[in-house]
Design a protein around this ligand. Structure first.
Ligand SMILES: NC(=O)c1ccc[n+]([C@@H]2O[C@H](COP(=O)([O-])OP(=O)(O)OC[C@H]3O[C@@H](n4cnc5c(N)ncnc54)[C@H](O)[C@@H]3O)[C@@H](O)[C@H]2O)c1
Length: 338
């Protein structure tokens, strides 16, 4: 069965391609290489022994998307990762985000609605909850006004899919990720941000390598046990496996609604200092960091209630924060020592 993975050379996409191939799916990747390298294909081959098909396409090009579905008319399902994801950049350049994250989604759905049936998995985010009132966060917690154009593209994306599924043969699962971290245990693939990392874990591992002088911890006066902000860090391999399970649910018509939504997290919150200490433990290195004032727009805490994913999908995160930090560290060292 052939599955299209858009953004399949990116961080979460590449790990998902590995899990799909391990489960016997044939994968075709679309990626425009705007935030990934073609070398990732070799990493996937080294892990799975199988080379995914690859088409270098910019999904903002409607005609190219149409041509793709003419060429690959046997695609049974789509996992849509391709998007721009830097929150700060989205504030500076909102139209880039609305164009990339919304047009690409619309063009894909326009092609899928022509098929007798279609299964669609969408990368959403816990940013849709903003600072939720109750922890842990359940899927029925209210969606709050987005704090950035990036966050807004996830909310609008969910609405577009809901509206489209009502009147087409498209069934969809919206996966709201908490904080994906780590790398494949083989260190063949991992997160490789361009420029200064936006996320905590690559910033930590780059600081560990000496590429960054020190890590800034924004705020130690939050109402949390140690005063630093709390998030739910989920190992990317666990996250990737959830995509395969969600896809199988749609392909096997086990879904009970046209559009279903699941939180993907561990269910446990970890503070910034806990993440730093986990890194120090697994790397046996002291991490230089300084405490800075809170950053505008940062929330205090967010961690998932994972009951729905556990009970309905039959998926549960297996890997620990230490395993995630250790794999991220292995990957960073391998990349830098090449
Ligand atoms: N990483 C996170 O913290 C996180 C959290 C929540 C949600 N998400 C969402 O998950 C998805 C994947 O995230 P990621 O961390 O793997 O990001 P990533 O940047 O590593 O992967 C995205 C991939 O999509 C490609 N891409 C972007 N625009 C494209 C276009 N127009 N046409 C074709 N390819 C294009 C990029 O080259 C990249 O390889 C994104 O939708 C992101 O918004 C990520």
């Amino acid at each position: 069965m052939k599955i299209l993975v858009t953004g399949g050379l990116g961080f979460i996409g590449s790990h998902t391609v590995v899990e799909l191939q391990n489960e016997g799916f044939e994968v075709v990747i679309i990626d425009d290489l705007s935030n990934a390298s073609e070398d990732v294909i070799q990493g996937i081959v080294n892990i799975t022994g199988k080379k995914p098909l690859f088409e270098k396409i910019d999904l903002r090009e409607k005609a190219a998307v149409k041509d793709f579905f003419k060429k690959y008319n046997d695609v049974a399902g789509v996992i849509h990762f391709a998007a721009s994801k830097a929150v700060g950049e989205s504030v500076e350049n909102p139209l880039l985000y609305y164009e990339n994250n919304i047009s690409s989604l619309v063009y894909l759905l326009q092609e899928l609605k022509e098929k007798p049936e279609a299964s669609f998995i969408f990368s959403s985010s816990c940013t849709v909850y903003g600072q939720a009132e109750k922890m842990p966060i359940t899927e029925d917690a209210p969606v709050q006004a987005a704090m950035s154009p990036y966050g807004n593209t996830k909310q609008i994306g969910e609405e577009i899919i809901n509206d489209t599924a009502k009147v087409t043969n498209i069934s969809a699962i919206l996966l709201r990720y908490f904080n994906p971290v780590g790398a494949h245990p083989s260190a063949e693939i991992g997160e490789l941000p361009l420029g200064v990392p936006q996320n905590l874990v690559p910033f930590i591992t780059q600081t560990g390598m000496g590429l960054r002088q020190e890590l800034s911890v924004f705020g130690n006066d939050y109402p949390t046990p140690d005063g630093t902000a709390v998030r739910d860090y989920i190992h990317v391999v666990d996250l990737a496996k959830a995509h395969v399970i969600a896809l199988q649910r749609l392909l096997n018509k086990k879904n009970v609604q046209k559009v279903e939504t699941f939180n993907l997290g561990t269910g446990t919150g970890s503070s910034v200092l806990e993440v730093i200490h986990s890194f120090e433990k697994v790397s046996d290195k002291k991490l230089p960091y300084i405490i800075k004032p809170r950053r505008e727009g940062d929330i205090t805490e967010a961690y998932a209630n994972t009951d729905k994913a556990n009970n309905v999908l039959g998926w549960k995160a297996q890997l620990t924060l230490d395993e995630a930090m250790s794999s991220a560290w292995e990957w960073e060292q391998k990349v830098r020592n090449k």
